[in-house]
Design a binder for this molecule. Structure first.
Ligand code: TXA
Ligand code: MG
Length: 352
């Protein structure tokens, strides 16, 4: 398939915008930027179009899609029984990186929700994304624009790597602002529950709702994840990722003494810019500042992909703080690691 490549500025041309809208309306796939990560868009009301997304991504068919809308009021067309909590959150956080799980209306096909009675709805903060959805005249189902299992795409290069020749068009919007996918919050139940942490944090949600919000079972221990997407291999580069806990001096000592001696594998460290000089490894990638977690969030997926480009087989990453946005960063990192962690102290290495 020929993939039409264009830049976000080209959406200013009404004919281009109309053509993209027509592609979507008639069942085609368009990759577009959002403020979180790039998405592969398809008409969310068209079962065949939704199915194409699963095929192109190699996505398990029981993992439902998020329905993206151009303006908050459109939620009433696709969801019902919208609680006071949900309304309050839409008012404060939409358009933006928050996805709400609501009771679905019959118009949303099973192919989009993977047979669930609920539907995930998001009104993206990215102006170009909303213009594209408006041009299509239908809501747009859009999972992250990566082959299933790989790190989500946050740059045009990543998208081209994964999606060229598989979709009708790709819109280049530069680097994603946030770099991690939206917060997924279940508001179809009495206690709002975070199914996937993101840039709209637990603390932010609680401040607005004036009540506590629960963190769903996000860990590997959970048997029956509420968000079906959480149970699959995710965000994984080809190399094996290990998350290292402990104070940074102990972590650095272990890496320099032990990991560096492993000459059988190409190894690398991903850490904050402040810590790069602590590691005596041939490949050390600094990704933003510890004091500004948003800079780490923005670079994380890109750094994991860079490990593949460098042919790295063992990737060591000191754990980041789990506070605020850190919850989302550590959620993605632990998934990329398949929950492989080591806890290090002055003398010992302990498997954790
Ligand atoms: O930031 C984002 O949300 C990006 C951009 C493109 O908007 N999209 C995205 O989509 O991350 P995707 O398909 O990669 O992730 C959707 C997540 C999955 O974990 C899925 O299981 C969950 O949302 N989800 C979707 N519908 C659901 C539902 N009805 N109930 C529970 N979880 C649902
Ligand atoms: Mg995804």
């Amino acid at each position: 398939m020929n993939t039409w490549l264009l830049t976000i500025d080209e959406l200013n041309d009404p004919f281009t915008l109309r053509r993209l809208g027509d592609i979507l309306k008639s069942g085609g796939l368009v990759v577009f930027p959002t403020e979180t990560v790039y998405g592969i868009g398809a008409n969310a009301l068209d079962p065949q179009a939704a199915k194409r997304i699963y095929v192109v991504k190699g996505r398990p068919s029981d993992n439902p899609l998020i329905v993206h809308i151009a303006k908050p009021e459109d939620v009433y067309s696709y969801a019902e029984t919208i609680s006071e909590d949900a309304l309050r959150l839409m008012e404060v956080f939409w358009p933006g990186p928050l996805t709400l799980i609501l009771q679905k209306k019959a118009i949303v096909p099973d192919e989009t929700t993977a047979g669930l009675h609920s539907v995930a709805v998001r009104c993206p903060g990215h102006d170009g994304a909303r213009r594209l959805i408006r041009a299509a005249g239908v809501p747009i189902a859009a999972p992250s624009a990566n082959i299933s299992g790989r790190p989500s795409a946050t740059r045009f290069d990543h998208v081209k790597e994964d999606m060229m020749g598989l979709v009708d068009a790709i819109i280049d919007g530069g680097s994603s602002d946030i770099g991690l996918e939206s917060t997924v919050l279940d508001v179809s139940i009495p206690t709002p529950t975070i199914l996937r942490p993101g840039a709209v944090t637990k603390e932010m949600l609680e401040t607005v709702l004036k009540k506590s919000v629960s963190m769903g079972s996000l860990s590997k221990e959970s048997d029956a994840p509420k968000s079906p997407g959480m149970k699959y291999v995710h965000y994984a580069p080809k190399g094996e990722v290990t998350v290292l806990y402990g104070n940074i001096e102990d972590v650095a000592r272990w890496v320099n003494d032990t990991a560096r001696q492993d000459l059988a594998h190409a190894s690398a460290v991903i850490c904050s810019n402040e810590e790069t000089t602590l590691f005596a490894m041939p490949s050390v990638l600094g990704i933003g500042s510890r004091s500004r977690p948003e800079t780490i969030a923005k670079e994380l997926f890109s750094a994991l992909r860079e490990m593949d480009n460098r042919g790295i087989e063992r990737i060591y990453i000191p754990a980041f703080s789990e506070a605020d946005l850190g919850a989302a960063i550590m959620n993605r990192l632990l998934k990329a690691a398949g929950y492989r962690t080591l806890r290090l102290d002055k003398n010992h290495t302990k498997n954790s």
